[in-house]
Design a protein around this ligand. Structure first.
Ligand code: 13P
Length: 249
């Protein structure tokens, strides 16, 4: 049953916003009804982590959208988990499909980032998901299990990890997975955790869905037994994000 897992809703703002419009969004979130039994995390662009953390109510956590695998050094353009923590953020999104497919991040690099972020004390929203051609070729499970394996090999404490299933064909396309499609893969991922990690981790790890989630589609998705929340892109920049946070209410 999903009841032992706290519902988790993340807003991935991607490379969007400026102080004025993010400030407006933050005001809406600060005055919104946030149920006590939902964990809410917002992921601004790294340039606005400090601004977001300073202005958002403490009940809403802040995440970075990426980080590097080392604490310091000659890595121009990168930010480290230590810097993210220094700004008051507590989570990082890793392995997002845009990092994998636009910036060429490998399973190996994502695994190293997961290991370092967890060691430094960040919670990790670890993303996996198949591309359309992979789904059409019938290899969805194979793809997401391989991605999950590369992440799991670097996790010691699963209480700091949320697994985000984000089918690439559903991201930013308006083509949301059906509740049955999401449930099917979430259930299989939980089975994978059971076989390859342990029953306790399988039962307690939140598996959230991402890909064109909206206020209109969130309730039915949230009613699925293995859907423990959402990672929201476009709709997290709109007042509708509050409806998604309240999808289970
Ligand atoms: P959309 O909700 O815009 O499809 O994006 C999903 C996503 O990539 C969240 O990380």
């Amino acid at each position: 049953m999903a009841s032992c897992r706290k519902f988790f809703v993340g807003g991935n703002w991607k490379m969007n916003g400026r102080k004025n419009c993010l400030g407006e969004l933050i005001c809406i979130l600060n005055s919104a009804k946030l149920p006590a039994d939902v964990e809410v995390v917002c992921a601004p662009p790294s340039a606005y982590i400090d601004f977001t953390r300073q202005n958002l109510i403490p009940k809403i956590a802040v995440a970075a959208q990426n980080c590097y695998k080392a604490p310091n050094g000659a890595f121009t353009g990168e930010i480290s988990p230590g810097m993210i923590i220094d700004l008051g953020a507590t989570w990082v999104i890793l392995g997002h499909s845009e990092r994998r497919h636009i910036f060429g991040e490998s399973d190996e690099l994502i695994g190293q980032k997961v290991a370092h972020a967890l060691t430094e004390g960040l919670g990790v929203i670890a993303c996996i998901g198949e591309k359309l051609d992979e789904r059409e070729a019938g290899i969805t499970e194979e793809v997401v299990f391989k991605q999950t394996n590369a992440i799991a090999a670097n996790v010691k404490d699963w209480s700091k990890v949320v697994l985000a299933y984000e089918p690439v064909w559903a991201i930013g396309t308006g083509k949301v997975a059906t509740p049955q499609q999401a449930q099917e893969i979430h259930e299989k991922l939980r089975g994978w955790l059971q076989c390859n990690v342990c029953e306790m981790v399988a039962k307690s790890t939140r598996i959230i869905y991402g890909g064109s989630v909206t206020g209109a589609t969130c309730r039915e998705l949230a009613s699925q037994p293995d859907v423990d929340g959402f990672l929201v892109g476009g709709a997290s920049l709109k007042p509708e994000f509050v409806d998604i946070i309240n999808a289970k209410q």
